[in-house]
Design a protein around this ligand. Structure first.
Ligand code: WQD
Length: 330
């Protein structure tokens, strides 16, 4: 199939592009480079031997996007492009609502106009809010604690409502838990522009001595060791979940958790990072971060039963692959 991948030079998009190409699909990448680097295109060529067609486009720009639809015939679209920093979304709500919602609406409108009837959307476990894990796809959603999370919940609604009146338009909502790790080549990985938001980029910065200590946001949660528990999933497993989705998604709207089903605490992840990579990660426990929940992990059985997909890599793979990427990319 020919697949349009928006945000395809980003962390998850680039890893997904590799899995699509290596499975024989043609990939066309759009990216506005706000949180990615053009050099990733060269890395994709180095890894796969193929250089995807690339357009530097902001997906909110309908005219520019429509030219791409007029130049190619797509069998499906995977929509990664979006702003994704929780903290930044609190400070810049309008930028987040505009970018994340308008891009979803513009892309959907053009997919309908040009008969692109498979739409896979990058959603997030954040839409579950603060409920008791394991999170299941049939759970009622709760209002999230930040505009970023709200844009994911609203985008899901926009896509579900659009699919309900366009029977040929199939939508697959993939709710990611916590993506970490890197391709085992060490050529691509999590490489956010600017100050990171997520745990793993901070751990690697401390390990590289770019930061003195890791701040652990609270150790007084009702968890195994008091620190926050999350379902960390290897980015390559996540990418393979998208391959399974675009190849096997059914008609209408389908929703899948992409997680391992296992919870890992902050302190357990730091311990694994140190043990696997033989590098110290000094940390200090500080106050809880506003909006954080104690525990979140997936019930991953629906994706296993319906897509034949389950996460294969463990936390040791994740911390080892993340560190290899950091070491190869000073
Ligand atoms: C993980 C754990 C923190 C940083 C968010 C979004 C989700 C997805 C992933 C984009 C928590 C703790 C973190 C630090 C810490 N979005 N932590 N010190 O908040 O679970 O999920 O990012 O891909 O949609 O909601 O991820 O990595 O920020 O935090 O102690 O310096 O690490 O408290 O328990 P989160 P995170």
């Amino acid at each position: 199939m020919t697949i349009l991948v928006t945000g395809g030079l980003g962390f998850i998009g680039s890893h997904t592009a590799i899995e699509l190409i290596e499975s024989g699909h043609e990939v066309i990448i759009l990216d506005n480079l706000i949180n990615s680097k053009l050099e990733v295109l060269d890395k994709l060529f180095e890894i796969t031997g193929k250089r995807p067609i690339f357009y530097q486009i902001d997906v909110t720009q309908q005219a520019a996007l429509e030219e791409v639809f007029q130049s190619h015939r797509f069998d499906g679209a995977i929509h990664f492009a979006g702003l994704k920093a929780v903290g930044e979304s609190v400070a810049k709500p309008l930028e987040y609502y505009y970018n994340n919602l308008v891009s979803t609406m513009v892309l959907s409108k053009l997919c309908l106009k040009y008969g692109v009837n498979k739409f896979v959307f990058s959603s997030s476990a954040t839409v579950y809010g603060d409920q008791i894990s394991p999170m299941r796809e049939d759970m009622p959603l709760q209002r999230t604690t930040n505009p970023y999370g709200e844009t994911k919940a609203m985008s899901e609604r926009i896509l579900m409502d659009t699919a309900s009146v366009n029977p040929d338009f199939s939508v697959c909502l993939l709710r990611y838990f916590n993506p970490v790790g890197a391709h085992d080549s060490g050529l691509i990985g999590e490489d956010p522009n600017g100050i990171p938001n997520n745990l793993m980029p901070f751990v690697t910065k401390v390990a590289k001595k770019e930061l003195d200590t890791l701040s652990v946001f609270g150790d007084d949660y009702d968890t195994i060791d008091g620190s926050g528990v999350r379902d960390y999933i290897h980015v390559v497993d996540l990418a393979r979940g998208h391959l399974a989705a675009i190849e096997k998604m059914g008609p209408g709207v389908s929703i899948y958790n992409l997680g391992t089903g296992r919870g890992t605490s902050v302190l357990e992840l730091v311990e694994a990072f140190t043990r696997v990579n033989n590098v110290v990660v000094p940390y200090e426990v500080v106050a809880r971060r506003d909006g954080d929940i104690a525990t979140s992990y997936a019930d991953p059985t629906k994706a296993e039963e319906e897509l034949g997909w389950s996460a294969q890599k463990d936390i040791e793979d994740m911390v080892g692959d993340a560190w290899r990427f950091e070491q190869q990319n000073k």
